[in-house]
Design a binder for this molecule. Sequence first.
Ligand code: FEO
Length: 397
Amino acid sequence: MNRPIAITDDIYWVGVNDRETKLFEGIWPLPEGVSYNAYIINDDKTALIDTVKNCYLTQLLQKIQNLLGDGRKLDYLIINHMEPDHSGAIEVIARVFPDIRIIGNQKTIEFLEGYYGITRNVSVVKDGDILDLGRHKLCFYLTPMVHWPETMMTYDTKDKLLFSGDAFGGFGALNGGLFDDEIDLNFYEDEILRYYANIVGKYSPMVQRAFTKLAGLEIKIIAATHGAVWRKNPKCIIDYYDRWSRYEARKGVMLAYASMYGNTKRMAEAVARGLVEGGIEEVRMHNVSESHVSFMIKDAWKFRGIILGSCTYDLKLFPLMKNLTDLLEHKLLKNRHLGIFGSYGWSGGALTALQEFAANVKWDLVKPQVEALRAPSAKVLEQCRELGKNMAAGLNA
Ligand code: FEO
């Protein structure tokens, strides 16, 4: 994907693939990479929509040169989002094209100055403002907190194409295919959800607000800043985001456990058996010492049932379970059934901490709450099985 790719007669993808970064935002693993999508509208006036992470600047400049040749310049840079995975090339773009006019909203301008010291040739747009490029008229929709304060979307009225910023994006570099009809969605779906749950999910009410603002807009193509361009079935990615931002989930369970010497793991195995005996087919088990928390948050977003079990460590939750519960609380996930169990060797702590978590998230708490002193007895394991069965009953209701 070394050359610009035509999306419509005048609109081109000039993005890049990142297969090098290990941790997105310094936290989230990228086992399948990620793309940073930028676009050019080549009309009477030319416009670049967003840029790329700064280390991929050369690739972006080569694609711009390839498309425009020596004779044309960029007239506009439209900034839908200022997070540096998209704004990292702005400073150099502004130097290479000194007359370029930068378009953003009032918040964008603050970020632009704060990150890059840029204040000249900047125009502020408001909700519903139109920029005329010739054949293409661009309309701006401010969508704050999807997922930064300055985020906005740009709608091309000619091709009915929505440049949506991070919204409708996903993890996963583009493996040769740019469009939704060129990619294996079975491969990408979980990575799109992992992106949504970890990056955007906390701001789900703002995603719903954006849907309300965009209602009535005819959208034929969605071009986000990450992942595929949706031209065959944009409704697919719209439905994903709509469902996830309303916290809708599948009948299934994410079961995460922390175990140092296998006793809490035995409890988790008994819970899982109870789930399956109760008729749950989709059970995803995570050992918190093995699974990165982003995959557990993804599965928490995917399934209606969440069961957490932890050993006690220094009279408290096992640290990696604490990290999971902190992030689940932080992401403000709603409408889930919760089961909890814990173990301890000489003084409790884990189950009490999980009870505090349950009180904070206010999910439907399933009985029994099971606790083992040292190795789980046959009676305790039976209680674990009962917890699994009760969770299943709740999800089947
Ligand atoms: Fe892809 Fe919020 O940056």
